[in-house]
Ligand binder design. Sequence first.
Ligand code: GRF
Length: 216
Amino acid sequence: MTRKRVGVLISGRGSNLQALINACKSRDYPAEVVLVISNVPQAQGLLRAEAALIPTLTIDHKAFPTREAFDAVLDTALKEAGVEILCNAGFLRLHTPGFVESWRDRHLNVHPSLLPAFRGLHAHERVIAAGCKISGCTIHFVRPEMDEGPIVAQAAVPVLANDTSETLALRVLDAEHRLYPHALAVVASGAVSVQGERVVDKNDQAQVPFFSPPLP
Ligand code: GRF
């Protein structure tokens, strides 16, 4: 089995990166992380990559005059490393349309809500404020608009009566750590394709159990 070469973009903690690194340890996993790039020099995720002996790069966006200039350097670094699939994992920069186009349908993002609901920042606060009873996370292909694009996989978690944004974030994060490796595997193995801005999954391989509390 040839493994797809994966690049991961981070800006911080890197717990989703860790989940992907852990999944890649499995011999039959169809992908391997070959490069981790952070736009933030002190990102904790860089240490996780180094501990796993994965090459890292810091490309500090502050050193570039425009988004285009930053994305051009990012693109060159990824292509030089032979990256085939790109995973954003807590990467807090919007990409330029040109960058997005060059990675179209090979570029994943994780968002901590059930998209298309609650795009953008502070999703958990807004989920709680809206009185939602279910939230979750989404892995989707990247498009130029923030948190938009064909959905590969989703996992749902309950929103409990006494949840704060912190407690809900932890529950959703745990689901992210299980969902992202799963979604990357179905993409890397070629089990899904994008048709008309929907992910087609002939054998329902991207489906995961719906995590719901039992009814009384
Ligand atoms: C995650 O909640 C992810 O959904 C969001 O940013 C957070 C990143 O966490 N996009 P980590 O850096 O992977 O720990």
